[in-house]
Design a protein around this ligand. Structure first.
Ligand SMILES: NC(=O)c1ccc[n+]([C@@H]2O[C@H](COP(=O)([O-])OP(=O)(O)OC[C@H]3O[C@@H](n4cnc5c(N)ncnc54)[C@H](O)[C@@H]3O)[C@@H](O)[C@H]2O)c1
Length: 321
């Protein structure tokens, strides 16, 4: 029998791609999202998807009759470049909201918990490929909230005999995303200047959302002991290179560097390869082309900040260090 899956934050970028995929594969999917960022229209009209508009801090007021096999916890305050006054929101959503979701799972007898953590828990790893057993050193509130989240999950799941899988996601891109890849493509398609923070020599590990769905799918169907996995491509891409995959000739400008922007972030994924037989399939060069084709309409319409407002944002962000 197909499993019932609960996805928190399921109307956002990763969540909606995942919900649509699982529903197509005939899983019963229950999505909880407060729509603070996500959009219900991201979800396909499919009778295998049930949507509940709810903040995870009120998750215990939800009545679900179905027996749930697995909770995939994606709901979080996920933006990094924001006013540090929002510190409380990170803890409310990413720590308290997480604890309430775990408590809900305990009460509902949900035995499998998959958590979207972040590569940012590692901090500045000085150009090294990071393995899951490295010492964590989060640099900002978002990263810190994920770090605390991981600790809570480990203890809570052990105490309540639940299996957990912590995924340290690197830079995820693909249809419906809004981060750097989407921003550059949108600037290109809207004939605006591509804005690069810093000299563009900093590199990131980009992994396509389809590959993230693939690893989550493996965790849903396999019965494994609790574990932590890096989810990246294990390939390093400089921001200048990313720009060239979109267009070599399109106009670009270098703005100030964000003070906490690390030089390099790259995952060692040998653990997921060995235990889950998972490896990412889509190369960033091709993923970018795919996105231009498949996400064209949305990207030509998304609202972009002007160069002036971006300069101001970085300046005020850097002042708060
Ligand atoms: N996209 C990435 O590159 C990336 C990298 C590392 C980690 N992650 C993590 O993966 C998860 C999903 O990321 P995403 O890129 O899809 O982000 P997203 O912002 O598109 O999705 C998050 C969803 O959670 C919902 N949400 C936020 N607070 C909520 C609350 N209190 N109650 C209910 N719903 C709430 C939002 O409305 C949104 O739909 C997040 O936990 C994020 O921290 C993402």
């Amino acid at each position: 029998m197909k499993k019932n899956i609960l996805i928190t934050g399921g109307s956002g970028f990763i969540g909606s791609n995942l919900a649509n995929y699982l529903a197509k594969k005939k899983f019963k999917v229950i999505v909880i999202d407060d729509l603070s960022v996500g959009d219900k229209r991201n979800l396909n009209k499919n009778r295998n998807i049930k949507f509940l508009k709810k903040n995870i801090n009120q998750i215990n007021s939800i009545k679900i009759k179905e027996k749930i096999d697995c909770c995939i916890h994606l709901a979080a305050k996920a933006q990094i470049l924001i006013n540090t006054k929002d510190e409380n929101q990170y803890f409310e959503d990413n720590v308290t909201g997480l604890q309430k979701t775990l408590n809900f799972c305990k009460k509902k007898g949900i035995k499998k918990f998959i958590f979207a953590s972040s590569a940012s828990v590692y901090g500045d790893t000085k150009n090294k490929k990071v393995t899951e057993n490295m010492i964590l050193s989060p640099l900002h509130y978002y990263a810190f909230s994920k770090y605390i989240g991981e600790k809570i999950i480990k203890k809570y799941c052990k105490l309540n005999k639940m299996n957990f899988y912590i995924l340290r996601l690197f830079n995820i891109y693909g249809e419906k995303s809004n981060a750097v890849v989407a921003k550059f493509i949108a600037q290109y398609l809207q004939n605006k200047t591509i804005t690069i923070y810093g000299n563009g020599k900093q590199s990131r590990d980009f992994v396509h959302v389809d590959d993230v769905i693939d690893i989550i799918n493996k965790l849903i169907v396999k019965n494994l002991t609790s574990n932590i996995f890096n989810v990246g491509s294990s390939k390093s891409t400089k921001i200048n290179q990313l720009k060239s995959y979109i267009s070599n000739s399109h106009k670009s400008i270098k703005l100030d560097k964000r003070f906490d922007d690390i030089e390099k972030s790259i995952a060692d994924i040998s653990k997921a390869k060995k235990i889950l037989k998972w490896s990412p399939k889509k190369k960033i060069e091709n993923g970018v082309k795919d996105m231009i084709e498949k996400d064209y309409l949305r990207l030509t319409k998304i609202k972009l900040d002007t160069i002036e407002s971006q300069k101001k944002l970085i300046k005020s962000f850097n002042k708060k260090k």
